[in-house]
Design a protein around this ligand. Structure first.
Ligand code: DX5
Length: 213
């Protein structure tokens, strides 16, 4: 499937959030907002107040929070809500809530969570996100051993949107895409560069041609 680059924004304040959105919004279809509550992961990002009244764009929320329903209910609209499988207490309740907001539901899987736990939910969600780092921080090293999950998912679900997140850069993106991920989230490989547009372009080229080690 065609690779799509998704800039991931992990920030603590609104000024930085708006600055990052404006650096990438003209060059991509979707922007990921990483939200952390300091409970599900040992880091805390911008909260509900800072997220109010976002600029017009196509967002996906990556909810690294213990109680995703308490956050999702505040964001009506056609957003993608990526929830960690590890946090789900009632899948049906979550599905209904996301439907009520007019959004779409995706599921994310931490590195230590076996793929088998995700499989039964796949027909009921819009995408699967395979973490290639332990969630919490940008700039960590990509875990190539997670590619087995991606390969198995792709083999079973040829049309599924499969996203990879964590340590995606020019060296790793080719192998993530070859394994079967079509959505490629990256934070530092885009925002730590001077020219975000160029970084996005190069990531896409490397996804297709492999600029790896
Ligand atoms: C990890 C987050 C990622 C992270 C990616 O906790 O879910 O989206 O920001 O950062 P990089 O691309 O720098 O590994």
């Amino acid at each position: 499937m065609e690779p799509k680059i998704i800039p991931a924004i992990l920030v603590k304040d609104r000024e930085e959030l708006l600055a990052r959105i404006s650096r990438v919004k003209n060059f991509v279809e979707t922007i990921q907002l990483d939200i952390m509550d300091g409970a599900f992961v040992p880091n805390r990002t911008i909260g509900l107040d800072g997220l109010a009244g976002l600029p017009e764009a196509n967002y996906e929320f990556h909810w690294m929070v213990q109680e995703p329903a308490e956050w999702i209910r505040h964001f009506p609209g056609n957003h993608m809500h990526i929830v960690h499988l590890e946090t789900i207490t009632s899948f049906r309740g979550l599905q209904e809530l996301v439907e009520e907001t007019g959004g779409r539901l995706g599921l994310a899987l931490n590195p230590e969570t076996p793929l088998e736990k995700l499989i039964p939910y796949i027909p009921k969600v819009e995408e699967a996100l395979v973490m290639t780092v332990h969630p919490g921080f940008s700039g960590q090293a990509y875990m190539p051993e997670m590619e087995e999950k991606i390969r198995k998912l792709r083999a079973s679900f040829p049309d599924l949107d499969i996203e990879v997140d964590g340590g995606v850069n020019k060296k790793t993106i080719g192998r993530a895409h070859s394994a079967g991920a079509n959505l490629l989230a990256a934070a530092s490989a885009i925002f730590a560069q001077d020219d975000a547009e160029q970084a996005i372009k190069e990531l896409k080229e490397c996804a297709l041609s492999g600029c790896g080690e």
